[in-house]
Design a protein around this ligand. Structure first.
Ligand code: C5P
Ligand code: ZN
Length: 469
């Protein structure tokens, strides 16, 4: 299933790592990044390699310049900073485990190079092998490296597959094909994960889940006065745990929710609400969605250490992680309700995009994601987070999200959107930096350039949407 060239590269990475007795592990602060770091750090501990791990939101020049360990493993980032890494870390062993797109003007990846050695799923999915189609997130790649690092055939680090799947859920990648499916299958076979089909709402009482679920977004988010009537009508006890619902009750509830979403003009496709759910049999939080979201919330509130601890099966971290997750959901629900009650007040519209400003920290990206996926689905959404920074280096953080349907060229021949390219180009134009993925991208731009940036994004999206020849 894994192509021979990928297998060779994975072994090469493991060989480089094993030459050292100390590593610096640097990873991104989202669920994929945190699970990646935990996979690599656990695999290192098991073969006696010590480490210093840092979870960061970005890799900038100053940070890269200061790295002085002989072995540096960078997860869920690094492809875009390859030139910077080559410039400052040329005497080190650097391994990049990533799935972010390479910037448009970067030098091509030298697959024969030993440092930085980049294992990026975009490079190996271009090999034209059907078996390895589909994007693999950083946690998936980290897991493949961890398998090669295992000290013996008997201990193949397969128990870490739950973390790989949690990272994949965090980045919303397809698990039904290619390497992601291979990882899942071996996890199921080893008893690491159990799957079932049902509501993708996490675990909790039905009342609580409907009130707080923003992904999938249900029509009852934050609406205490509606939820009990709805549950009564559907014949479901609000205090019942989702995992204790009888199959026929769950079916009835799904039908009622889909019909209510339609009435409320929420774009809630059935496969966003119902599908495979993952039980992480070896993790301290068993429900896969809850586990991923708790890790994600830790990163968003600057407490990534709690997330890493959770991934390293520290039971003492559960309560704090759950509190952070609840804080995130409550903030999100409040903001979504505010937007709904004011009929989208504050959301501005240009011909090809929607945009608005938020003051709160931590929720920008998730808020944009929920709005783009379920509510404002026809144009990309750009959200500016204006923190109170001052001085000439003050930056505004930007998050952009769009509905998956906008990535696909339309039947009438219009081009698909790529937000990573759009944000990179527009940010470069105002002296900032940006990138990410076609469906979810971000940027940092100098304060004061927001209006110029937004006009530029609108133009770039219009160009991407132009009728293909
Ligand atoms: O910050 P946010 O969650 O909106 O970022 C979305 C995606 O864009 C992430 O994958 C992030 O790594 C990427 N990004 C980037 N360059 C930036 C900001 C974000 O590549 N300056
Ligand atoms: Zn990722």
């Amino acid at each position: 299933m894994i192509s021979s060239s990928l297998q060779t590269t994975l072994k090469k990475a493991a060989g480089i790592i094993k030459k050292h007795d100390y590593a610096r592990v640097i990873s991104h602060y989202d669920a994929d990044g945190i699970t990646s770091a935990a996979i690599i750090c656990t695999a290192l501990i098991r073969i006696g390699i010590q480490f210093h791990s840092s979870i960061v939101s970005k890799l900038d020049r100053a940070f890269v310049q200061d790295l002085d360990e002989d072995l540096i493993i960078i997860c869920d980032m690094g492809t875009a900073q390859k030139d910077l890494i080559s410039e400052f870390l040329k005497d080190k062993d650097v391994i990049i485990l990533d799935h972010h797109a390479a910037p448009m003007n970067s030098s091509p990846n030298d697959t024969a190079a030993t440092s930085p050695l980049i294992i990026n799923s975009h490079y190996f999915t271009q090999e034209g092998d059907d078996e390895i189609t589909g994007e693999v997130c950083a946690a998936g790649i980290s897991y493949l490296v961890a398998r090669c690092l295992a000290s013996s055939e008997g201990a193949r680090n397969i128990d870490l597959a739950g973390l790989a799947i949690a990272g994949t859920l965090g980045d919303k990648l397809e698990i039904t094909q290619g390497i992601n499916k291979m990882i899942l299958d071996e996890a199921i076979e080893a008893g690491v994960i159990t799957i079932r089909t049902g509501l993708k709402l996490g675990e909790g009482t039905m009342r609580e889940l409907l009130l707080l679920s923003t992904d999938p977004y249900t029509p009852f988010v934050g609406k205490e006065e509606w939820v009990d009537t709805f549950l009564d009508k559907a014949g479901i006890e609000g205090d019942k745990l989702l995992s204790n619902l009888e199959p026929e009750d769950e079916k009835r509830l799904i039908t009622a929710l889909l019909s209510q979403a339609k009435e409320s003009e929420i774009e809630l496709p059935e496969d966003a609400l119902v599908g495979t759910t993952y039980n992480m049999n070896l993790e301290v939080v068993r429900n896969g969605l809850d586990f991923m979201r708790m890790i994600d919330a830790c990163g968003r509130f600057g407490k990534a250490g709690i997330g890493v601890g959770l991934c390293m099966r520290e039971e003492t971290m559960i309560e704090d992680a759950r509190t952070l997750y609840m804080k995130l959901q409550n903030k999100l629900v409040a903001e979504l309700n505010r937007l709904e009650q004011t009929d989208g007040e504050g959301i501005k519209e240009l011909p090809h995009i929607l945009y608005f400003y938020v003051q709160q920290t931590g929720i920008t990206g998730v808020l944009a994601g929920t709005l783009a996926e379920f509510i404002h689905t026809n144009k990309p959404l750009i959200v500016f987070n204006k923190k109170d920074g001052t001085g000439e280096h003050a930056v505004t953080k930007v998050s952009a999200r769009c509905n998956k349907k906008l990535l696909i060229p339309s039947e009438s021949g219009y081009g698909g959107i790529d937000l990573a390219k759009a944000l990179e180009q527009a940010a470069n134009g105002v002296g900032g930096m940006g990138g990410g993925h076609p469906v979810a991208a971000g940027a940092s731009i100098p304060k004061g350039t927001e209006e110029q940036f937004i006009v530029s994004i609108d133009r770039i999206i219009s160009e991407q949407r132009q009728k293909l020849a």
